[in-house]
Write a protein that binds this ligand. Structure first.
Ligand code: NI
Length: 259
């Protein structure tokens, strides 16, 4: 069984056909899906989906660095309340994005730190988005003791050095479609070196479809291809990767694992 630890079922591309998307996921043995917010509306929708599909869909709520510029006290209060509802398993996705720079960098850092603090108060693990901001991300994670409740470096894109530091701070490393791309040698090596008990798989759908579906709308069913590729790289079966990442996902999201 597979756990897609990072999906955006709240995206119109998936939401408009959600029953079929979930049926295809089930067929591919993707039994659980975390749907992740990036602004207020998507966070609220994540919670609604978790309520509608209990023990199948889980929610994460948070403000993406792109939207950091819209942070204010009212939003903070609403989000803090939302994060305490049953079905919310993490705070995210939050972090830094110096690639698109849609919010000023100092605001991104401020809002990132603030959300780490709020998540810590609520004992929530974090889902971290980091694009072209490796050293600032690491510095903030370390300074703010962000790993205290665990968390995930989602769609990991850094070096092995960065990965090692994130692991030592208590984070899990999650791999998405890019690990299947032919030019992804560096990422492949990190997928080999990451300890099996810290490894997760995700789709980040509707984005980042794995090979050979590039250019199409991604969906949770395709997380199986990510697990298959990592198995191939590590000389393990898809099932072994599925089992390990399934258990890890339950651990990091603090979801009871019934055996
Ligand atoms: Ni995402």
């Amino acid at each position: 069984m597979l756990f897609d630890t990072h999906a955006h079922l709240n995206d119109p591309k998936l939401f408009s056909d959600l029953e079929a998307v979930l049926a295809r996921a089930k067929q591919a043995k993707v039994e659980k899906i975390a749907t992740v917010g990036y602004d207020w509306a998507s966070s609220l929708m994540s919670l609604r989906l978790a309520e509608k599909y209990p023990e199948r869909v889980y929610a994460a709520v948070g403000i993406h660095p792109h939207d950091a510029k819209n942070w204010n006290e009212e939003l903070e209060e609403k989000l803090y309340h939302l994060a305490q509802q049953p079905g919310v398993v993490a705070w995210g996705e939050i972090g830094l994005d110096y690639y698109r720079d849609r919010s000023p960098r100092d605001i991104q850092r401020q809002v990132f730190k603030r959300q780490i603090l709020l998540a810590r108060e609520l004992d929530k693990p974090l889902i971290i988005h980091n694009r072209d901001a490796h050293s600032d991300t690491l510095q903030i994670l370390a300074e703010e003791k962000a790993g205290i409740n665990g968390g995930i470096l989602h769609c990991f894109s850094g070096s092995w050095e960065t990965a090692k530091q994130c692991l030592s701070l208590g984070f899990h490393i999650s791999f998405a479609g890019p690990v299947t791309y032919q030019n992804a040698r560096n990422l492949g090596e990190i997928a080999i070196k990451t300890p099996l008990d810290r490894l997760l798989v995700e789709t980040d759908c509707p984005y980042l479809p794995p090979h050979p579906y590039r250019g199409q709308t991604n969906e949770p069913a395709r997380v199986a291809l990510v697990a298959e590729k990592i198995g191939e790289l590590r000389g393990m079966s898809t099932e072994e990767i599925a089992t390990a990442s399934w258990e890890n996902a339950h651990q990091v999201y603090k979801i009871l694992l019934d055996r």
